[in-house]
Design a protein around this ligand. Structure first.
Ligand code: FES
Ligand code: FE2
Length: 323
């Protein structure tokens, strides 16, 4: 079994390594377009491109579509990774980015949907508003057969579309609907959910960046009175601004804890993260874990939470002070 997995991974690596790491626009003329998905998103191009490169968020932000992901390689050209889907099947994925043209292509390299390509063009409308046009293409092999059949018979080969539909999990096509329409509707629904989730992430990240810039002007106070322990207990987890940063006041195993409300990775929100049995919290964006007692990162990275202020009881009031 182990040998089987290793062989698969090894051959996938070889396939990955042999692929050109650049978008070949000429191939587009050989691909059949299934249809499009369009969306206006209130974020900057910078946030959108950053999101495309960010393979690590897939299982955390899009948990209904991905269970886990393992990176093979990444660079300015994009990334290649093995994703595990919710039904535990795997998919080798590749993303190629053309930075100059704000264009990227996701290709499914293995699994049932092998060969499907998703091409995305982002266009800036305003500083913080973009249009995204997503085009879904059939696998090249299917595209060629379809093109041949169309030119020779002028018939839409429904059986072929049915096979393609089953590849992406459509086993029943609604009455009065062609398999092609079913495929397109399914993809549009999937992408609508994915972009809802991405929009939330990108907007929250932008808000955190903006807040950080504004807070830079704040001086650090010597102390901040939060209230009596009873009052603060009613508000847990309580988020407070102290100088340039936001912190969470919380309790764990009968003790007070103060820890950063923002993840040191990409400013993910930590205020709602549950404290687990080990006294750790998990960032909802990429799953990095932190020990709330000392701020240390518990995932395989160098990141630690910002040093929190000290919490003490002064004249019956919980008070934060700079350390
Ligand atoms: S923002 Fe990436 S793990 Fe927190
Ligand atoms: Fe995403």
């Amino acid at each position: 079994m182990i040998l089987f997995i290793e062989l698969n991974t090894q051959s996938a690596k070889t396939v990955f390594q042999n692929r050109a790491k650049k978008i070949n626009y000429q191939r587009l003329q050989n691909l059949c377009l299934i249809g499009e998905y369009q969306r206006r998103i209130p974020v900057s191009l910078t946030r959108m491109i950053e999101n495309a490169y960010d393979w690590e968020h897939l299982p955390f932000v899009h948990s209904s579509s991905f269970k886990s992901i393992d990176l093979f390689d990444e660079g300015a050209w994009g990334w290649q990774a093995k994703a595990i889907l919710p039904d535990s099947s795997s998919q080798y994925l590749e993303l190629l980015v053309d930075r100059d043209n704000n264009y990227w292509v996701t290709t499914v390299l293995s699994g049932d949907a092998r060969g499907f390509e998703i091409h995305t063009q982002a266009i800036a409308r305003q500083d913080r508003e973009i249009d995204v046009l997503v085009k879904f293409y059939l696998p090249e092999a299917f595209s060629k057969v379809l093109m041949l059949l169309r030119t020779s018979q002028r018939l839409l080969p429904l059986s072929l579309y049915r096979r393609i539909a089953s590849k992406i999990g459509i086993h029943r096509v609604a009455k009065n609907e062609s398999p092609k329409t079913s495929i397109l509707k399914t993809l549009q629904r999937q992408y609508s959910v994915l972009y809802d989730e991405d929009e939330t992430l990108m907007s929250s990240r932008q808000a955190a960046i903006d807040h950080r810039k504004e807070s830079k002007l704040n001086g650090t106070p010597e102390s901040l009175i939060l209230g009596t322990p009873e009052q603060v207990t009613q508000q847990l987890p309580k988020v407070v601004q102290f100088g340039k940063q936001r912190f969470v006041i919380n309790r764990w195993r009968g003790e007070w804890r103060v820890y950063a409300a923002e993840c040191p990775h990409l400013l993910g929100p930590l205020e709602s993260a549950q404290i687990d049995q080990n006294g750790q919290i998990t960032c909802p964006w990429h799953g990095y874990k932190f020990d709330i007692s000392n701020g240390r990162g518990c995932t395989n990275n160098e990141l630690s939470l910002a040093t929190p202020p000290v919490l003490t009881l002064v004249d019956g009031y919980l008070t934060l002070s700079s350390n």
